[in-house]
Design a protein around this ligand. Structure first.
Ligand code: CMX
Length: 133
């Protein structure tokens, strides 16, 4: 597979509106997009840091993966997303090397990207996402 860079780091938060001021007023970053991803049951807020983005994730439902994560572990880093040329190729390669896939086929993510997740149990504890433009 061809990973070009870290596309974003996903950070689970209870409430976007109370968290955004830390990133804007303390770190001096600008929130340039707030978007709900209905599929994933989250509301997202994006900041650019060079080529990489920070994606704040607020759950919109108790059944959301992010709600479960916050309940278990509290707020904090939730996943790392790598930009690849071809998600299908990346997933095939991971599967052939014994990595457990959460998504066998790519699905729609925020910012018009196509996404797929690998299970943290087979990636040394880091929930890993691939993104393709
Ligand atoms: N990072 C690391 N480990 C995680 C994790 C995370 N983000 N989320 C869950 N886990 C671990 C749990 O701690 C648990 O470990 P133990 O068995 O040792 O306790 C194990 O995975 C199972 O967790 P669970 O709470 O029982 O949750 P599920 O198995 O129901 O779901 C997962 C876990 C990863 C399959 C699910 O969260 C998922 O499908 N995630 C991908 C989709 C997603 O996260 N969407 C939100 C973001 C979308 C976006 O960026 O737009």
């Amino acid at each position: 597979m061809n990973i070009s860079h870290i596309e974003h780091i996903g950070i689970a938060v209870k409430d976007l509106q109370t968290t955004i001021p830390y990133y804007e007023k303390v770190l001096g970053l600008k929130c340039y997009n707030i978007e709900e991803v209905v599929d994933q049951k989250v509301k997202t807020a994006f900041f650019k840091v060079g080529e990489t983005k920070l994606e704040l994730l607020e759950p919109t439902s108790e059944e959301s993966a992010v709600a479960k994560f916050i309940e278990k572990k509290g707020e904090g880093v939730h996943h790392i997303a790598f930009r690849v040329d071809s998600i299908v190729q990346a997933l095939d390669e991971c599967e052939s090397k014994g990595v457990q896939l959460i998504d066998k086929t790519p699905r729609k993510g925020a910012e018009g990207l196509t996404i797929a997740f690998l299970h943290p149990k087979s990636t040394a504890g880091v929930l890993t996402e691939f993104c393709e433009e």
